[in-house]
Design a protein around this ligand. Structure first.
Ligand SMILES: [Zn+2]
Length: 344
């Protein structure tokens, strides 16, 4: 399999650079639609705006799903301090200890954007005794807007309100030897894998073995992405980051098949078929248990859907922070995806 790696990396960068904190789908839906249209596919949506690209299979009696979540960690404005800084609530599992100093963009519901920076209330060791020791959390980390505003009224006059989304600027970096460092590799790397697989199938005029739905959900980071699944789907494979921890066999170079997450073992037979598909594809792979982890697939089971669930993905270091992956692991993820989709 000859995967177009420059397409894979540029698509990933474009998706990562498009803000989509949990539930904020407006900016990224047109991007999904344009990548699909470029390859000759159309996008449909359910009422939760989960995006679906459906590809007819040789055997139309069965439908399988490849899911990559389109949402990322982020924030909403919850209040405005008297000095004009913004108080936040996290959407998804933000680690406040690693966001200080990051640039952000505020997206107002009126369609304006404003840049700012995440700062700690006691931001400077020159000015505060406890700048180094103050715990960074929802009550101590604020947005300092890049505007001449010193009062809450001045901020409201800009058009910023409670309930506006705040997205972290992800800082996409790729090194000469293939390391990718930035936020939101989770799960934009997997979205890019789906488009690379769709491109491979379109260019080589290949049909999946079964009807295959490529899904992009918007609520995975809060445990609700896969909770609704269209009734015709009987196998649901989440493609999401693989956790690298003390027990992992996987690495940034492998695709890792998840045998069990925090809440459940994944379907025994389907997981075994993914292992067989990885062997067939000749890709570097591992099998691991992901500890404090869930995916669209386990969410689909919890939602009461009648399906077999499984998951795999590229090894990602420092997940939910500034993450690191490698092009080789992402390429191996596309190869496993294609092997499963084309041969079952
Ligand atoms: Zn994820």
């Amino acid at each position: 399999m000859n995967i177009d790696l420059s397409y894979l990396v540029s698509t990933m960068k474009h998706l990562i650079d498009t803000p989509s904190p949990v539930g904020y789908y407006d900016a990224i839906k047109p991007v999904i639609e344009s990548y699909a249209a470029e390859l000759g596919y159309t996008v449909t949506y359910d009422n939760r705006d989960t995006a679906y690209i459906t590809v007819e299979g040789h055997d139309t009696s069965k439908t399988v799903c490849i899911s990559a979540h389109a949402d990322t960690l982020g924030f909403m404005v919850r209040g405005i301090n008297p000095d004009g800084t913004l108080r936040l609530r996290a959407v998804g599992g933000i680690n406040f200890a690693n966001v200080e100093g990051e640039n952000v963009t505020v997206h107002t519901r009126g369609g304006q954007t404003f840049t700012g920076m995440l700062v700690c209330a006691h931001h400077s060791a020159h000015a505060f005794d406890d700048a180094k020791t103050m715990e960074r959390n929802e009550n101590t980390v604020f947005v300092l807007l890049d505007q001449h505003v010193k009062t809450a009224e001045a901020v409201r006059a800009l058009g910023i309100r409670n309930g506006d989304y705040v997205a972290i600027v992800p800082r996409f970096t790729v090194t000469d030897n293939g390391y990718i460092k930035c936020r939101f590799i989770d799960d934009k790397a997997a979205m890019a894998c789906s488009f690379a697989a769709l491109k491979y199938m379109a260019e080589n005029r290949l049909k999946p073995k079964y009807n295959t739905v490529f899904a992009f959900s918007f609520y995975e980071e809060i445990g609700l992405g896969g909770i609704y699944v269209p009734a015709e789907i009987s196998e649901y494979v989440a493609v999401d980051i693989a956790i690298l921890g003390p027990d992992s066999d996987g690495s940034e170079q492998t695709v890792t098949i998840c045998a069990k997450d925090a809440s459940m073992p994944y379907d025994y037979g389907l997981t075994n078929r993914l292992i067989a598909a990885a062997e067939r594809a000749g890709c570097r792979y591992a099998v691991d248990l992901f500890y404090r982890y869930g995916s669209d697939a386990s969410q689909a089971i919890k939602g009461g859907n009648n399906l077999r669930a499984a998951a795999f993905g590229m090894g990602v270091y420092s997940s939910h922070g500034v993450e690191r992956a490698h092009v080789e692991g992402i390429e191996n993820t596309v190869k496993l995806m294609l092997s499963y989709v084309l041969e079952g």
